[in-house]
Design a protein around this ligand. Structure first.
Ligand SMILES: [Fe+2]
Ligand SMILES: [Fe+2]
Length: 215
């Protein structure tokens, strides 16, 4: 038989249940300490948290793109050129891994996705030919150079500017520009459907940047 409760009884049950759930979800003292410390670092420079997270994600993606290109084109005439760019991307990724630890920034939750997507993009375009691989490089590096330039403008407006981050991003921006120019010199514009291909990749990169800034 169905039990009928008064609204007063129902209200009490809801209050009891929400108090029980909040006790279950209460963070441990260690987690509370981490949050306090993290929040203090974040308050010192509100831009830094998102800058480091998104750049770490981008450099991880770039590392995986070149790894994918090398898996397909490593033994061709383009191998040495791609290897050189890949080695620079590995150094970029490592630098942001150190910054993530130093500033206690949470990496993006999308890390496993960018890992797979980056490799697939690099290998997929390389399978279309060396020109398509170079077109992929041009598209990605165009977006990254613009993105780094935007960050440099934001950082330079900051009175408490972080010189280490500023120098790191300036150096990497210059190297990404070199990668872009290398792509053009190695026939990117001769890729089939060059304009459509690069526009699709640029749109994907911009979406990845927007997502990684937030989550
Ligand atoms: Fe890079
Ligand atoms: Fe690059």
């Amino acid at each position: 038989m169905r039990t009928l409760y008064t609204s007063h009884q129902r209200g009490g049950a809801i209050l009891y249940e929400s108090a029980r759930l909040s006790r279950m979800n209460r963070p441990s003292p260690l987690l509370r300490q981490v949050r306090r410390t993290h929040s203090a670092a974040w308050k010192k420079n509100p831009h830094l948290d998102s800058i480091i997270r998104v750049d770490h994600a981008g450099e991880l993606g770039a590392d995986r793109i070149y790894a994918g290109q090398m898996a397909v084109l490593g033994r061709t005439a383009e191998g040495a050129t791609i290897q050189h760019m890949w080695e620079q991307e590995i150094k970029h990724r490592q630098a942001f891994e150190q910054l993530i630890c130093k500033h206690r920034v949470r990496p993006t939750v999308m890390t496993p996705i960018w890992n797979v997507a980056g490799f697939a993009l690099g290998a997929g375009t390389a399978l279309l030919g060396k020109e398509a691989a170079m077109a992929c490089t041009v598209a990605v590096e165009t977006v990254i150079v613009d993105h780094y330039n935007d960050q440099l403008r934001t950082l330079m407006e900051d009175p408490n500017i972080d010189k280490e981050i500023l120098q790191t991003i300036t150096k990497f921006r210059d190297e990404e520009q070199e990668h872009h120019d290398t792509g053009i010199e190695h026939g990117a514009e001769q890729a089939p459907f060059y304009r459509a291909l690069t526009e699709v990749i640029k749109t994907g990169c911009k979406a990845a940047i927007a997502i990684s800034k937030k989550i």
